[in-house]
Structures are given as structure tokens and as C-alpha cells.
Design a protein around this ligand. Structure first.
Ligand code: NAI
Length: 255
């Protein structure tokens, strides 16, 4: 019997990277997985992978920055499943913007809108589907929510916000049996890294990966599946007395 048998798990940002890996792991553990992403075509590819492995999943379009879009997701989930058990708020973007006085206002707004406000909006509209039975919410913070990065103040602000927003949610819903925790990845090998270094420039990408592997005590970047298994712990009853907590999975960088 899987650790998420008969559970409905919604994962935002599940078209690629950590979200996709988590969708696969949750489905392997018996969950019905809802892959919600702004990139529907790629989210559909995640669903196909799950189905090929014998799991259950569907893809649905959502833009976590848009109230109407998140409300539509909530309505669809209510009509299809009645309630949900797990919400993994994982959709996120990252980009360097320069020092604060040079940082483009639009980029700052965009990162806050997807990463921080998106986590708020999805939680706001999906929590009502958990109130009756309880559940588990996992927000995606980052080691960049605990410490600062050069030229990435927007991302640092968003992720630092998510870590404390998680604590606020945890105490608000503790008596409703909804646990809320965050996962803080280190540097993980996903498409997000290419956006961060400004495209798929091979030299820059290699430099970034090598430098990050070098500063990581384990000497390598993390794999998306290594985040998925931490998310599984937080989603499942294995963490039934854990709420308001942040788990860092970074190969030892923050140690
Ligand atoms: P990724 O780029 O592979 O995945 C991000 C996903 O979010 C994509 O599927 C994308 O389509 C989706 N997305 C973007 N904007 C959206 C929107 N407005 N509405 C709905 N979906 C949207 O990146 P990765 O690395 O898998 O990132 C997942 C999460 O992990 C993000 O929150 C990121 O900040 C966080 N993270 C990643 C780290 C890394 O080194 N890769 C390190 C620390 C945190």
C-alpha cells in the first residue's frame, strides 16, 4: 500500500523540474495527482509519464498570479474530487535583477507575484477543499529564503516571505488538522537554473553548476527526485506531528 493511497494531491508547477519529479513520486505512492501549471502542454507530458507507469493523474492549466485562474482550479477540483488532501505550492520563477537600485520594478513584481502571492492565492482558494478532512500543504521556499544571493533580492524577498508565511498558515490551521510546512531546496538540477544564468548559454551554465557543486559540502547539485522524497515525507502521515517547519535539503550548504 502506497503512502498516499486514495489521496488527491495538487502540485503547482508540475510541468518540469521538482514539481514533475514530485508528481511521479506521489503517483507511485498511490495518489491521484493533479498537475497544475501555466504550461499545460508540458504538464500533460508529466501526466503521460505517470499513466505509463500505471498511476493516476490529470493536467490542468493554472496561472498562479491570476485570481480567476486559481478560482477556476478550485471549482474544477471541488466538482471532480469534492475535497483534496495535499497541496504542493511549488510553482516558481527566479532571475537575477542586479542590485536593488538597478533592479527592474517589473521583475521584482513578477517574482513576488508568482512565488509569494501565488502561494497565497493557491492556498486561499484551495484550503476550503481541505477544511472538512484536514490535509498537508507544502510551500516551496529555498535556501535563498534563509540567506541572501547577489543580485537576487526579489527572489530572496519572495522566498523569505514564504518561509514565514508558512509558519503563519501552520498556526492558523493547526486545529483544522491542516499541516503546513515548507521545503527549502539547495541548488537543484532543473530548467530554472538556465533562466537564472540568463538562458541556455553553455559556458555560463557550466560555470554556475561547477561553482555551486564546489560550494556544496556534498560536492554536487541536488536531483529533483531528492526534493520529491522530502515532499513525500511532508505530504504523508509519516510527518503527522510536524507543522510550521522548514526542511532544508541542500547537500549541506546551510549547515
Ligand atoms: P522549473 O522551472 O523546472 O519549474 C517551475 C514550474 O513552475 C514550471 O513548470 C513552470 O511552468 C511553472 N510556473 C511558472 N510560473 C507559473 C505560474 N504563473 N503559474 C503556474 N505555474 C507556473 O523550476 P524548479 O527548479 O523545479 O522550481 C520549482 C520550485 O523550487 C520553485 O518554487 C523554485 O523557486 C524552487 N527552488 C528551486 C531551486 C533550484 O535550484 N532548482 C532551488 C530552490 C528553490
Amino acid at each position: 500500500m502506497g503512502r498516499l493511497e486514495n489521496k488527491v494531491a495538487v502540485i503547482t508547477g508540475s510541468a518540469t523540474g521538482i514539481g514533475q519529479a514530485t508528481a511521479l513520486v506521489f503517483a507511485e505512492q498511490g495518489a491521484k495527482v493533479v498537475c497544475a501549471d501555466v504550461n499545460l502542454e508540458k504538464a500533460q507530458e508529466t501526466v503521460e509519464k505517470i499513466k505509463q507507469a500505471g498511476g493516476q493523474a490529470e493536467a490542468i492549466h493554472v496561472d498562479v498570479t491570476q485570481v480567476d485562474s486559481v478560482e477556476n482550479l478550485s471549482t474544477h477540483l471541488k466538482e471532480t474530487y469534492g475535497s483534496i488532501d495535499v497541496l504542493f505550492n511549488n510553482a516558481g520563477i527566479d532571475q537575477q535583477g542586479g542590485k536593488v537600485h538597478e533592479y527592474p520594478i517589473e521583475l521584482f513584481d513578477q517574482i513576488i507575484a508568482v512565488d509569494l502571492r501565488g502561494t497565497f492565492l493557491t492556498s486561499k482558494f484551495l484550503i476550503p477543499l481541505m477544511l472538512e478532512k484536514g490535509g498537508s500543504i507544502i510551500n516551496t521556499s529555498s535556501m535563498s529564503g534563509r540567506a541572501a544571493d547577489l543580485n537576487r533580492s526579489g527572489y530572496n524577498a519572495a522566498k523569505g516571505g514564504i518561509t514565514n508565511f508558512t509558519r503563519a498558515m501552520a498556526i492558523d490551521y493547526a486545529r483544522d488538522r491542516i499541516r503546513v510546512n515548507s521545503l527549502s531546496p539547495g541548488t537543484i538540477e532543473t530548467p530554472l537554473i538556465d533562466t537564472l544564468v540568463g538562458g541556455k548559454d553553455e559556458d555560463q551554465g557550466k560555470q554556475f553548476r561547477d561553482a555551486n557543486a564546489w560550494i556544496t559540502p556534498m560536492g554536487r547539485l541536488g536531483k529533483p527526485r531528492e526534493m520529491a522524497t522530502v515532499a513525500l515525507f511532508l505530504a504523508s502521515d509519516d510527518s503527522s506531528y510536524v507543522t510550521g517547519e522548514d526542511i532544508t535539503a541542500d547537500g549541506g550548504i546551510m549547515a
